[in-house]
Write a protein of this length. Structure first.
Length: 441
């Protein structure tokens, strides 16, 4: 196993390094970013106020809205001439949030990704099939540069054109595939449609992220493709992919690249830290970024952290898989549900294909969930294509029951024939709000 030395140092050493780098970062934003300078002055905080890591609590939070307010370049900490790359968030509405990198930022990011690929099972000399989208989205180019400096032969296929993806997987024999978890299922399904067995490909490891996915989804992917599927997390505002990644040995929490990012978990209401092991909102402070340092960036992502040493030998702090984003959380009659929780239970039903969509609807004046699912080809054959078959009714009742018991919400279940739910080529759209109202559930 290749271990980077920073991954196995003791907690004291890593925290010492983090403190040094935190001070430098605070100094950098204090001197170069008027937005932060103003906020720090308001709080009577100077770079020298940072004496220990706990002093991070003195620093202001940063939110996505702050990036929007300073669109496009207002939060950058270096001269425009030093910026060698721009990326943007995959923002769903309006203008993207823009982030920037110096040459040194790209070097660090590439090294972080190279480490992440190793952690997830990739090795120099092998082929990596990169089906994350190339462009403003950080997935494609982020993985690409890391894979190259690791010494992997990198196939920059990007997302989409699924038939060609399959041809190249066959011809180039990659051992690693990188894309969203929903897209790899789409690829596997296409392979089956072409009469090819996805389990027989050269692939051994998958590095999947950019969207929430569940443990059951992991099992489904691993089973369908005979690979190990690891979770990779990140966001453009903090850097892009690689902020954390699961080790292929344990697949039990994502190792945070702690020499570059300081993580906190807070209660989104009180903004106080929550104890290790408890779910809260992830907050990141970048420790080495030059062009676009972020202080206490509120991600809106819900997860917990664990500081115990991993059985793989790494001492870096691990975060749990992300349950979902605060703004994707569905609240129905006081009960909170994340789409990934629905997914987790849905995928235990063997008659269903691993594709689904949650529609938020109105039933009278009440908000409700319509859960759209799809039966497998095998089940479709069994009922001879008759979607009114008694077995479909039984299945509807069964899923209703499972959801009611596990997610505590009574949902309308809509069962569709195979291939009716739109397949993803990047980030899957799991929730569609069909309530036609500005009211937030
Ligand atoms: O999605 C970066 C990325 C690319 C991560 C490739 C992993 C692989 P953004 O487009 O800025 O960046 O979206 C960031 O996506 O705040 C999370 O809500 C979600 N997200 C990213 N990774 C995961 C994951 C990229 N592994 C937003 N699990 C984040 C759950 C994820 N959600």
């Amino acid at each position: 196993m290749i271990l980077h030395e920073i991954e196995t140092v003791n907690r004291e050493e890593i925290e010492k390094l983090q403190l040094e780098r935190l001070r430098t970062t605070v100094e950098r934003v204090f001197n170069n970013v008027p937005f932060y300078q103003e906020k720090l002055v308001e709080r009577n905080v100077t770079p020298s106020s940072i004496k220990g890591l706990e002093d991070i609590a003195k620093l202001p939070f940063t939110k996505k809205q702050d990036l929007r307010n300073h669109y496009p370049f207002g939060l950058f900490a270096v001269d425009r001439k030093e910026i060698v790359r721009i990326h943007g968030s995959s923002g769903t509405s309006g203008k993207p949030t823009v982030v920037a990198y110096t040459r040194n930022d790209i070097k660090n990011w590439s090294e972080i990704i190279a480490r992440a690929i190793v952690i997830a099972g990739g090795r120099p000399g092998e082929v990596l099939h990169n089906a994350y989208g190339y462009g403003l989205f950080t997935g494609g180019l982020g993985l690409h540069y890391g894979s190259e400096i690791l010494g992997m032969c990198t196939v920059p296929i990007s997302g989409g054109n699924t038939d060609r993806q399959i041809t190249l997987i066959e011809d180039f024999e990659p051992t690693v595939i990188c894309c969203t978890p929903s897209y790899v299922l789409n690829i596997a399904e296409h392979m089956e449609d072409l009469g090819k067995d996805p389990r027989k490909s050269s692939l051994k490891y998958g590095i999947f992220g950019a969207e929430p996915w569940s443990e059951e989804m992991r099992k489904t992917i691993e089973e369908k493709l005979a690979i190990k599927a690891c979770d990779i997390y990140g966001l453009s505002e903090v850097m892009g992919p690689g902020v954390s990644v699961e080790c292929h040995q344990e697949q039990n929490g994502l190792h945070v690249a702690e020499d570059h990012f300081l993580v906190e978990v807070i209660d989104p209401e009180t903004l106080e830290a929550v104890p290790d092991g408890e779910d809260g909102e992830l907050v990141f402070t970048s420790l080495t970024k030059e062009a676009f340092p972020v202080i206490r960036y509120r991600t809106g992502d819900i997860a917990s952290i664990n500081r115990e040493k991993c059985k793989c030998g790494r001492t870096t702090l691990r975060m749990s898989r992300v349950k979902g984003r605060l703004d994707d959380m569905i609240i129905i009659r006081g009960v909170n549900v994340f789409p990934s929780e629905i997914e987790h239970f849905l995928l235990t039903v063997k008659e269903l294909a691993p594709h689904y969509q949650v529609h938020l609807i109105k039933k009278g004046s009440m908000d409700a969930i319509e859960l759209n699912v799809e039966i497998t080809d095998a089940m479709y054959k069994q009922i001879s294509g008759d979607m009114n078959h008694e077995k479909v009714h039984q299945l509807t009742n069964m899923i209703h029951h499972i959801m009611k018991n596990s997610c505590l919400v009574s949902m309308d279940i809509k069962i569709h024939q195979p291939k009716s739910i739109k397949r993803s080529e990047g980030k899957a759209v799991r929730v569609i709000d069909k309530r036609n109202t500005s009211l937030k559930v």
